[in-house]
Design a protein. Structure first.
Length: 621
């Protein structure tokens, strides 16, 4: 009997070796992040990753085990298990694909492959391919070849093709079957402890890259897919709800509901530019980078710049919702995935439509991507222009129409609009694979040069747009708002996903409609792109109390703070300190003033309360 079970020992050994190889390659690819870390601590990634590796292998063993158990109760003396070799080969190819996606996802976003990273591949494959355009293709194929080739070889030498049964008394067979299936279930679960396996089981180090190396790629992916379907349970319960809600209420409490009026009148036209990956580090004013955004930097002298603004999250879908609705991010989730909930939150477009504004949205890409279209059409955007509105000859980038074409299209259309109008433009050229319709200003040898070049192109499109707009009658009565959808790793290539600099973005109010005494002003109040809603509506004398997660940056009494989150992590920053926290490892990743324990705890509690409360509201929507 025990000889027949050697098959499963070899099966487990095979998959554990495959996962170890995947982990080794991950550490090799990101070796620069490992500098200065002791070798012993690096090696521990293999030990701490073993528990989830075993769990994933046990999941994979379920089908062979069930077949084995069925045959065990027959009179067969041997069974042909050649199909398991084919079963493994299919999984090897699939897991190899997941691995190269994971390597590129981690390079770009600092997170392991999960539901939010995989969903676009299934739902919008063309856009997903465009997004991966700057990934090192040949290197990825080389890594895939190593993983698949090594996997096939290990599969050949370790997986037996046949199992022979030894004659066993009938009464023992049920006991053996129950033990086998029971043990496999316990390995899947992680033992008999109260808490079953979860991602935190792999976390052991203060270095986030080692925790991510230890975390089994496929186990994490399956867990995130299953978690994405659950919306009735709050995964971020740190305190009782009353305590968390009270903490958040204090953040938004103001002594006086007032505003500094910076506009010449309260019913201007409004055009919001949501600029793809237009991080603060691109600018001379905020990032001390020369020559990348000369047009934008020149606009600052004629507008009102908010210098300490942070993106709500690290993806466009979160930035779009944060900017236009003031609704925060949800950690691993995004409200755009649930249209029935999304349609219940207010948006600027709805408010302005109710106040007789003509509303429109312009995007050169696919509006169905990440559920943008569902959001826009459910929030009173009367006109939606996307890639389908352009001729095929204009689809020159992998994402769709270049920014210059989209900006010009909006300008032509808006000249025919009845005033007042509210128009939103979402740019896309400064997105991977970072293509421009012409010469690369900073070269194209590497991804940083390409990124700077596409940012320069978008900046030149803004400058060209405004030069043309100034000739139109509506220009003098128009407020232009420029904001990024999210920050970015480039061009400095230094800020990890958990560092606040990664989320630092510019926010500029610009236009002749701004009072002369405010032109050139720089306001350093700490805030979020979520705060655009309340700030803008206050300027237009439109009630905004239903935008409960947005604060008026031009109210002198509002508190300074910003909340941001990424997959299973959160950050909270105010005028005293910034703290970021890992929800899986339950540890602080970044602390701008670690010596002040009291303030550290206050900021951490504020961030936790914020995420808990917003997710609780999301559940109730």
């Amino acid at each position: 009997m025990f000889k027949s079970l050697i098959f499963f020992v070899r099966f487990f050994l095979f998959w554990l070796l495959f996962f170890a190889l995947d982990r080794f390659i991950f550490l090799f690819i990101f070796h620069k992040k490992l500098r200065g870390i002791p070798l012993g601590e690096k090696a521990l990634a293999f030990y701490h990753g073993l528990r989830l590796d075993l769990s994933m292998t046990a999941y994979l063993a379920v089908i062979p085990l069930l077949v084995f158990t069925y045959c065990y109760f027959t009179k067969k003396t041997a069974i042909n298990f050649k199909w398991v070799s084919i079963y493994n080969k299919v999984l090897i190819a699939l897991f190899g694909f997941f691995s190269i996606v994971n390597f590129n996802t981690y390079r770009e976003w600092g997170i392991k492959i999960n539901y939010s990273a995989l969903a676009p591949i299934v739902e919008t494959p063309k856009e997903a391919m465009a997004s991966s355009g700057s990934s090192p293709f040949m290197f990825s194929m080389f890594i895939l070849a190593i993983l698949v080739g090594s996997g096939f070889y290990l599969n050949f030498i370790l997986i037996k093709k046949q199992i022979n049964f030894v004659k066993t008394p009938v009464w023992i067979k049920p006991i053996v079957a129950i033990l086998l299936l029971g043990i496999n279930f316990l390995i899947i679960r992680g033992g008999v402890d109260v808490a079953p396996n979860n991602q935190s089981m792999a976390y052991y180090s203060k270095y986030e890259v080692l925790n991510h190396a230890a975390l089994n790629t496929e186990w994490n992916l399956i867990s995130s897919i299953l978690a994405s379907k659950k919306t009735n349970k709050n995964p971020y319960l740190y305190f009782d709800n009353a305590t968390a809600e009270k903490e958040v209420a204090e953040l938004y409490k103001v002594e006086k509901d007032t505003t500094i009026l910076i506009l010449k009148n309260q019913k201007p036209n409004v055009i919001i530019f949501i600029l793809e990956s237009f991080t603060a580090d691109l600018t001379k004013t905020l990032g001390n980078e020369d020559g990348i955004t000369p047009g934008f930097d020149s606009l600052i002298n004629k507008g009102v710049l908010f210098t300490s603004i942070y993106a709500a999250g690290s993806r466009t879908d979160k930035g779009l919702v944060g900017t236009l609705t003031g609704f925060p991010t949800l950690g691993t989730g995004s409200i755009v995935k649930w249209p029935e909930k999304m349609q219940k939150i207010p948006a600027i477009s709805q408010k302005l439509s109710q106040n007789n504004y003509q509303t429109s949205f312009y995007y050169g890409g696919e509006s169905e991507f990440d559920n943008y279209k569902a959001f826009l059409l459910s929030h009173n955007y009367q006109k939606l222009i996307d890639k389908n509105s352009f001729e095929k000859k204009d689809m020159n980038s992998k994402w769709g129409a270049y920014d210059g074409l989209v900006f010009n299209k909006q300008l032509q259309d808006i000249n025919q609009e009845k005033q007042p109008f509210f128009s939103t433009i979402l740019s896309l050229t400064n997105h991977e694979p970072f293509e421009v319709p012409g010469n690369y200003k900073f070269g194209s040898k590497d991804i940083v040069e390409k990124f700077k070049s596409t940012a320069y192109y978008t900046d030149s499109c803004i400058n060209d747009y405004l030069s043309k707009a100034k000739k139109q009658a509506w220009y003098k009565n128009t407020l232009f708002i420029f904001v990024a959808d999210h920050g970015h790793l480039y061009p400095k290539n230094v800020a990890d996903i958990f560092q606040p600099q990664r989320y630092h973005i510019p926010l500029l109010f610009y236009g002749d409609v701004i009072k002369d005494e405010f032109k050139g002003k720089k306001l350093d109040k700490i805030g979020s792109q979520q705060d655009i809603s309340a700030t803008l509506l206050a300027q237009l004398n439109i009630p905004h109390k239903d935008f409960i997660w947005s604060k008026n940056l031009l109210n002198p009494y509002t508190k300074q703070f910003a909340f941001f989150s990424w997959d299973n992590g959160l950050g909270f920053i105010n005028d005293k300190q910034c703290v970021t926290f890992d929800n899986i490892g339950k540890n602080i990743l970044y602390n701008s003033n670690a010596k002040d324990n009291l303030q550290t705890n206050k900021n951490l509690n504020s961030g936790k309360s914020y995420l808990q409360t917003v997710y609780q509201q999301f559940i109730k929507l």
